[in-house]
Design a protein around this ligand. Structure first.
Ligand SMILES: Cc1cc2nc3c(=O)[nH]c(=O)nc-3n(C[C@H](O)[C@H](O)[C@H](O)COP(=O)(O)OP(=O)(O)OC[C@H]3O[C@@H](n4cnc5c(N)ncnc54)[C@H](O)[C@@H]3O)c2cc1C
Length: 390
């Protein structure tokens, strides 16, 4: 057993994490080794294979209830699996776990028909979805929406423009959040719809190339006419999207925090290994205090971040889902991971900067973590509110 303080919070799920790591080592790492170039996102067919295989083994979407096709794992176990995927350093490992294309907590509030048609295939890893919330003028201020759903008799008519949507090119359906126009001049908050990607009037617009090779997409909705069945949660879901989304944010942020901690642990290991071997001025560089400073600071910050994330995940299992806890963990872990990867690259000098080196890829990949699931500044706003400052 590790003597690290954070190991205290890992022990309860040791066997599960060991089984997941063994799956990654035996089945996923060999697939990643065949990729033509280390340093970019793996192709879709490999990601799909890993997702389905992991679902068959019960790891993917493991925290979903058994009657929904999951394994009924505690949330803290899922957080440890995300950490382990990042720590493995294997670019394919994160696809073994449900992420932004997997089952959405929004659909847990779906009607029984929506659960059957959309959520269950997602939990089984057989379908992929995207979430279209962000708009050109509604990012952090996510509910200042101009995409509108207008009630028209028994139908809804949706028009607008969404931006920076992950997975839109390979999704089977989209979860689209709109402002609601109930007619007769009344607006009723935000409403989430589930739309098949081949829905008439819905199309992908611009493609944005991300730093780490991951594309994002614009989604255009031109008079998309759907029946009331498309409202997530049915009639109760009209105007309820904000409450539903806010409910699910804490878990999503803790999962991002765990991914960040895993990435940072991998980067730190690479930095330490290199510092123990590389020589300059007749000594191993790890003996120089300036190099130690980079690695020791990373170790201390990472250990604190892991403890915070794992403690918050435990609290979720114990019934405390405080948004400021998730904000504290996500802020700490994402900012720590960016710093730790940067320092590990610095320890490698030009070797780490060269395209194809794992740290060169991680340096680009980790940068999104302080932006997705609420920027660092938005996490600070949540924490400041909880402190009674605003
Ligand atoms: C890799 C990636 C994947 C994404 N995937 C999706 C997706 O699948 N679906 C989707 O809908 N969106 C997605 N997004 C969009 C993402 O949700 C937004 O980028 C994010 O919410 C921030 O919005 P913005 O980019 O418009 O920045 P803005 O909100 O314009 O913020 C710009 C700057 O102002 C700061 N700021 C804003 N408000 C405040 C405030 N009140 N106090 C202090 N500072 C503030 C921000 O922190 C930031 O530094 C993705 C983004 C990325 C990078």
């Amino acid at each position: 057993m590790s003597s690290a303080p954070s190991a205290v919070l890992e022990d309860g799920h040791r066997e599960l994490v060991d089984a997941f790591e063994s799956f990654i080592r035996r089945e996923v790492v060999p697939l990643a080794a065949e990729l033509p170039e280390a340093g970019d996102l793996p192709p879709d067919d490999l990601r799909t294979y890993v997702r389905k295989r992991s679902a068959a083994l019960g790891f993917y979407a493991g925290d979903y209830a058994e009657e929904l096709g999951g394994s009924g794992m505690p949330f803290s176990a899922v957080v440890l699996l995300h950490h382990a995927a990042g720590r493995s350093g294997c670019v394919l490992a994160p696809y073994a776990l449900a992420g932004s294309d997997g089952p959405s907590p929004l659909l847990r509030n779906g009607t029984p028909e929506q659960v059957e048609r959309y959520l269950l295939p997602l939990v089984r890893g057989e379908a992929v979805r995207c979430l279209a919330l962000t708009e050109p003028h509604a990012g952090s201020d996510a509910f200042r929406l101009t995409t509108t759903a207008r009630r028209d008799g028994d139908s809804w008519v949706i028009s607008g423009r969404k931006t920076f949507v992950s997975n839109a090119d390979r999704a089977d359906f989209a979860l689209v959040v709109t402002a609601t126009d109930q007619g007769a001049g009344t607006t009723g908050g935000a409403t989430a719809f589930v739309l098949p990607m081949d829905q008439p009037g819905l199309r992908i617009g611009q493609r944005y190339e991300g730093m780490s090779g991951e594309p994002l997409f614009e989604l255009l909705l031109d008079q998309v006419r759907v029946s009331t069945d498309a409202v997530i949660g049915g009639e109760d879901g009209v105007g309820a999207a904000m409450a539903l989304a806010v409910d699910s944010l804490s878990r999503g942020r803790l999962i991002v925090a765990a991914m960040c901690n895993g990435i940072a642990e991998h980067a730190l290991r690479l930095g330490v290994e290199y510092a123990r071997e590389r020589e300059a001025f007749g000594n191993r560089i790890g003996t120089y205090q300036h190099v130690q400073e980079l690695l020791v600071s990373s170790r201390a910050e990472l250990e604190a971040s892991k403890l915070l994330t794992l403690a918050c995940a435990r609290l979720v299992d114990d019934g405390t889902e405080a948004p400021e806890n998730a904000a504290l963990a996500k802020l700490t872990a994402s900012e720590t991971a960016v710093r730790v990867v940067d320092r590990a690259l610095q320890v490698h000098g030009a070797t780490g900067w060269v395209r194809g080196h794992p740290l060169e890829f991680l340096y680009r990949y980790v940068r999104m973590m302080t932006i997705i699931e609420g920027t660092s500044e938005v996490q600070k706003v949540i924490i400041a509110r909880a402190m009674g400052l605003c």
